[in-house]
Ligand binder design. Sequence first.
Ligand code: PLP
Length: 383
Amino acid sequence: MIINGRNYPDVKRNILMNPGPATTTDTVKYAQVIPDICPREKEFCDIMHQMSLDLVKIVHGDPEKFVGVLFCGSGTMNIDVTVSSLVPAGKKILILNNGSYSARAVEVARAYHVDHIDLLLPIDRPIDVAKAEEALSADPDIAVVYCCMHETGTGVLNPIREIGAAAHAHGCTMISDTTSAYAMIPIDIEKDNQDFIMASAQKGLQSMTGLSFIVGRESIIDASADYPVRSYYTNLYMQHSFIREHGEMRFTPPVQTIYATKQAILEYFAEGEQAKWERHQSVWAALYDGLEKLGFRMAIKKEYQSRLVISVLCPDDPAFDFGAMHDYLYKYGYTIYSGKVAGVPMFRMCALGALTAADIPGVFDCIRDYMKEAGMAIPCQYN
Ligand SMILES: *Cc1c(COP(=O)(O)O)cnc(C)c1O
């Protein structure tokens, strides 16, 4: 293929339906092939600076109030950063826990001895905002509210705008893990009542792994200068103030991933927020339809779903073997993802990445072939 007048070999296209890293375009893949560069050069710092601004723009943040702060690491880095950095001494973080990613924030709070409330909520439905309000009214020491916008483990979408409004009504900082929603489901950071959101480059942006980022209110980051430093590497104030002063990350950035992400952001803006969200939803609808036609059952009610991740209950047919189905599909370039929710065996099919609805019929031809070869009943059997 020809990119910028140069000829590059074609790369096999895999259809990833795992919850990230996602399928990327060839132009994003090849954007990583660049002359070697020291990341302390101004040329590279300028790319990072522009990227920080673009990451704020994607969620319609006012650049006078919000900043994008880059980190080298996978998405969990952001959970570590926000939970360890944004809770003042003597105050608490309320974690609205309705899935494995909000549960991860609880584990981070425990690891750093951050005073927290682990508000356990049902995982098969969105967070009940009244429960959050109850918890907030009961404890004036809560200074921060945390939730996960899209629980990737189940595909449940949480009402971050309403949760953020409740947090702000109680004078709290609002943090949402938007890793599996950012650059897919439109977010308006201020209208959605968020102070901090986060993501990593390999999900909604359709870039490579290794770059994570937080978009947040600079005034709160500055106020956190006096908060306990619970982690040296992942302290938000230390990272942001260093970048602000020197234009560089404190430590080595993921150079090639940043070039890929620069290209991915270009492609994001070229496609457009609404068109991209519609594309993901059309992939989700094609997946949903294909699954239903074969008689698969979903774990989460349709109206609770993010429209990005489908949790499918494993059929009770003794001929069904998820591992065998995965391997069968994998041979043809289709990747599906195993999962277990509350001990119930499931698998996931996700609509992330550079996919279109036209990619999906081939997936179901392949699934049907597997089912026939395995001797499964069609439609699927459930007890
Ligand atoms: C993918 C994801 C993360 C980050 O996971 P890593 O494996 O560290 O990249 C965090 N939160 C959510 C909601 C996610 O979907």
